[in-house]
Write a protein that binds this ligand. Structure first.
Ligand SMILES: [Zn+2]
Length: 407
């Protein structure tokens, strides 16, 4: 495509010039040569140009590339790379759009641009555009891209590299530099959720915990965080799911606290979505949590929202697997720090976990019907311990995702 564009344009210009001795087209700057120099810690890419021209360089991941944008140039036929060296697997060039030429360099592994600069005309009357690239871990490349993108977007929309889409591939999504974690404090407003004997309400417990968790995730510098609600307000279950989907969340965590007849039972439990509940209690719990909209006095036209049976399609399988992985990480991190039910990993048809493309987990943090649990859930220190454990689980989850999706 690039080469074709270049040649067709060159041909047109040549035909034009044949009839026009003082052809302006000849004034196009020309790439007279290009070279690659491999060094132990970096690789140098050099373009020799017949005029002083400006350029813009940036990188793209998956597949890893360096892109050099130039004003429109012609390409001398002898300007070819003989040896590609150890870090470059190929390259191409051509008109990108009107008035803009582009060089695309394919890379064998992740890199960042160490530096890029222009050496003004030398004795041969050639200007040199120099781009030095340095191999780095995949994550470092992504971080650099994000940084560059922001800088360029702020500077000029025209020369900025294209905005990265982190959800390009349904099957193997790439992991963004700062994944978005949506925390969903259950209930709220007209729906108080579970009630403790002392009068403590689930909706307040989970909101406070969500806010502490947000603070810790954000201060790690590794995540973007959004709360489905940040005050005492009601949200429909499907609104919570819609928020996660519309914001393209990378992880969704719904926080709850249960209450049951048997006051001796205490401990946290972790749920993922399943067509069939892991046990009777899990099924009943899902039914209870799914009634949120009914509790809030909403006339449900869509009855399917309240039934526990959830159909999981093929598209959801990968999401489901990732949800399970995150749930397992949570169990690992809670061990020894957060009291848990003996049967702490369970499955049921929670409506709020239905987003087909967002790995989603629901945590019942404990029982408000148990005095110890209630005291613990209201305790500031415990909130911090809980939040720290979740952050560790989130870290472990995304570390694994990155390892899976890096080349
Ligand atoms: Zn709840």
């Amino acid at each position: 495509m690039y080469v074709y564009l270049f040649f067709s344009r060159t041909l047109a210009l040549c035909l034009l010039c044949f009839f026009m001795p003082t052809c302006q087209a000849l004034a196009l700057p020309q790439i007279a040569g290009l070279r690659i120099g491999d060094y132990s810690t970096y690789t140098r890419f050099v373009l020799d140009v017949t005029e002083n021209i400006d350029f813009n360089v940036f990188t793209l991941p998956n597949p890893h590339r360096v892109v050099i944008d130039l004003p429109e140039v012609s390409w001398h036929s002898s300007a070819q790379i003989v040896s590609r060296g150890r870090r470059i697997s190929g390259y191409r060039f051509g008109l990108f759009d009107a008035g803009r030429s582009r060089v695309v360099i394919d890379l064998k592994s992740p890199i960042i641009i160490k530096k890029s600069f222009i050496i003004p005309r030398n004795k041969k009357n050639l200007t040199r555009i120099v781009v030095d690239i340095k191999p780095v871990p995949y994550r470092a490349m992504l971080m650099e891209i994000e940084k560059t993108r922001k800088k360029h977007t702020a500077k000029t929309a025209k020369t900025a590299p294209p905005k990265l889409s982190f959800k390009q591939n349904e099957k193997y999504p790439t992991v963004p530099v700062k994944p978005l974690v949506v925390i969903d404090p259950g209930h709220g407003g007209v729906d108080p959720g579970a009630l403790a004997i002392s009068g403590t309400l689930e909706k307040h417990i989970v909101l406070k915990q969500a806010q502490v968790l947000r603070q810790l995730l954000v201060s790690s510098g590794r995540y973007r965080v959004h709360l489905t609600r940040d005050r005492d307000i009601f949200l429909r279950l499907r609104q919570r799911v819609a928020i996660a989907q519309e914001m393209k969340a990378d992880l969704f965590l719904s926080l709850h606290a249960d209450s049951i007849k048997n006051r001796r039972i205490r401990g946290a439990s972790i749920y993922t979505l399943s067509e069939n509940a892991s046990d009777k209690e899990a099924r009943l719990l899902a039914e209870k949590e799914n009634k949120s909209d009914v509790i809030a006095g909403i006339d449900l036209n869509d009855k399917s929202e309240t039934v526990a049976r959830i159909l999981i399609d093929l598209r959801q399988r990968l999401t489901k697997n990732n949800s399970v992985r995150f749930a397992e990480r949570l169990v690992n991190e809670f061990k020894g720090k957060i009291p848990m039910l003996r049967k702490n990993r369970r499955y049921a048809g929670f409506v709020v976990l239905k987003a087909p493309d967002v790995p989603s987990v629901l945590v019942e943090m404990g029982y408000l019907s148990n005095r110890q649990d209630e005291r613990m859930l209201k305790n500031k220190k415990h909130r911090e311990v809980f939040a720290k454990s979740v952050v560790k689980a989130v870290d472990a989850y995304f570390t694994r995702m990155r390892r899976l999706h890096s080349p």
